[in-house]
Design a protein around this ligand. Sequence first.
Ligand SMILES: [Zn+2]
Length: 57
Amino acid sequence: MKVFRCGDVVPGCERDFLGADRDDIVRQVAAHAALDHGLPSVDDDLARLVAENIRDV
Ligand SMILES: [Zn+2]
């Protein structure tokens, strides 16, 4: 499994996302970013930022 902690890129956010792979996590983060951070879409920069901060668990 892999984990992404939103707080690594958005200070103060406490959400963690567990997923089987990068695409799974990016999909979850996209929904969270839209709902909780007001970001309508995940562009390449954000997708890369997420990818760089995904860790194996
Ligand atoms: Zn967040």
